[in-house]
Write a protein that binds this ligand. Structure first.
Ligand code: C2O
Ligand code: CU
Ligand code: CU
Length: 478
């Protein structure tokens, strides 16, 4: 079976609401090869231990003809390098801040203790400062990501460029017959958009919109008009929804099929074939595309809505008869205790959770580590004036149980997720598990909504241990 829709009501799409900006390619821009971020080199490796340094820095990036754009990045002028970790590794990271303002380093999708290692707004690294963190990777292969998360300027810092991919690999992935030659048949694709102002500069304040900031120019791994040279029959694309606000509705020429193999935090139990793919802010979806029906010299385009995003230039390739197994992953499906409360979480307006704006010092919920619970997450926006809100939980993964009591979308079954689109007047039931202790945030991943207060704190405890004390930031200590 091949699915041919986005699984959401067209009326709820961002393009129908709130000062939507169409994408365009500025004059004088030539197609360029898709930039593939280099793999971040460890400082040191010793047995199972690996050391990295991640430096937030200022830089300049030549996006447009004329002046370079002032940007920020991680060990790079804009965005960063790809960090590759292996399940089981013990990772030491030096977090270095060479910016002029405080930032934090949030591991979105990584199951690490909160709040200091998780890198939420409670874990500031001040200008000129360095902090050491360490954690063990105890989760399956996935594309996770690192981004800045200070309150209330996450959106502005991500807009400047503080985001990069963190790929987790494991032995199971190594055995799967899927493309995995990074930069040759496997490409991370960070989907973003920006506005260029006078002298080719970003101006986040000028573009600010409480409903979420749109760019009018695509930046795909930092490239405005990218192409990919296809030299193998099958190509694996690791999409990351890196936008503050924009949803991506991806489809190829001739409705070329995308076979989704992975979601946010794991492979899918079973591959799902689709011609259309919606990628929301914060989400990651991995697909395999098979170009066997094309030949050298052909061009196949990837679009978002009707906008041409990436050109795939077909070169000579060898025949690839590899067959994807029917089962890619066996998720653990923990039992929810009979007496467990069903958590009710509402996303209200564009700036509240359960009717309240975020407060750094308030603990909104408390739960036990490694204890599965149902969360009923409701988008209370009206059908006529609402929007999709991508709900995200730090330090956790969840299985999607139902949408308004019905079967979830085919590509969210049997996969660990941490971010999920919830439509107006919809309740999504999640089975949530936190494998690590600490204080974590859950929020809408339209970053302006999160900064405006559509966010809350949860304390995860181990009842067999004394409750630790966590120092939480407040607006004054900032
Ligand atoms: Cu990408 Cu608070 O998260
Ligand atoms: Cu996160
Ligand atoms: Cu939202």
């Amino acid at each position: 079976k091949v699915y041919t829709d986005y699984f959401y009501d067209e009326a709820d799409f961002d393009k129908n609401h709130f000062r939507y900006k169409n994408l365009h390619i500025p004059d004088g821009i030539e197609a360029q090869p898709l930039a593939v971020p280099p793999v971040l080199k460890p400082d040191k490796e010793e047995g199972n231990d690996v050391w990295f340094t991640i430096e937030s820095m200022e830089g300049e990036t030549p996006f447009l003809p004329g002046s370079k754009t002032k940007t920020w990045g991680y060990n790079a002028p804009f965005l960063g390098q790809t960090m590759v970790l292996k399940t089981g590794q013990h990772v030491h990271v030096t977090l270095k801040n060479s910016l002029k303002e405080l930032t934090t380093y949030h591991w979105h999708g990584m199951e690490v203790p909160g709040p200091y290692i998780d890198g939420s707004c409670h874990a500031p690294v001040y200008p000129g400062e360095e902090k050491e963190i360490e954690f063990t990777v105890e989760q399956p292969a996935a594309l996770t990501w690192l981004h800045a998360h200070p309150c209330p300027s996450t959106a502005a810092q991500v807009w400047m460029g503080l985001a990069m991919g963190v790929v987790i690999t494991d032995d199971h992935e190594a055995e799967l017959p899927i493309p995995k030659a990074y930069g040759k048949d496997e490409f991370p694709i960070v989907l973003q958009d920006r506005v260029f102002h006078e002298d080719n500069q970003f101006d986040y304040r000028a573009d600010y919109d409480p409903m979420g900031v749109f760019g009018d120019t695509p930046l795909i791994n930092g490239v405005i008009k990218p192409y990919i040279d296809v030299t193998t029959q099958k190509v694996r694309l690791l999409f990351l929804g890196g936008t503050n606000r924009r949803e991506w509705r991806l489809h190829f020429d001739n409705d070329l099929v995308m076979t989704q193999i992975a979601g946010d935090d794991s492979f899918l139990a079973h591959p799902v074939k689709m011609t259309k793919l919606l990628v929301g802010p914060g989400e990651r979806l991995q697909v395999i595309v098979d170009f066997s029906d094309y030949k050298e010299g052909d061009i196949v385009n990837l679009y978002t809505d009707d906008f041409k995003l990436i050109e795939f230039r077909i070169h000579h390739f060898e025949k690839d008869d590899s067959v994807l197994p029917d089962t890619l992953f066996t998720p653990e499906d923990p039992v929810v205790a009979d007496d467990a409360v069903v958590r009710k979480v509402t996303m209200d307006d564009h700036d509240k959770i359960n009717g309240k704006q975020y407060s750094m010092q308030r603990i909104d919920m408390k739960a036990e580590v490694n204890h599965a619970e149902y969360w009923d997450v409701t988008n209370t926006n009206s059908k006529s004036h609402g929007m999709l809100h991508p709900f995200h939980i730090h330090g956790a993964h969840f299985l999607v149980v139902s949408r308004n009591g019905q079967t979830p979308n085919p590509n969210e079954i049997g996969v660990y997720k941490d971010t999920i689109e919830v439509a107006p007047q919809e309740t999504v039931r999640l089975k949530v598990i936190f494998p690590k202790e600490g204080i974590f945030m859950y929020h809408c991943h339209i970053i302006e909504h999160e900064d405006a207060g559509m966010m809350a704190n949860i304390l995860i405890v181990d009842p067999t241990k004394p409750e630790p004390h966590y120092d939480l930031m407040d607006m004054e200590t900032l």
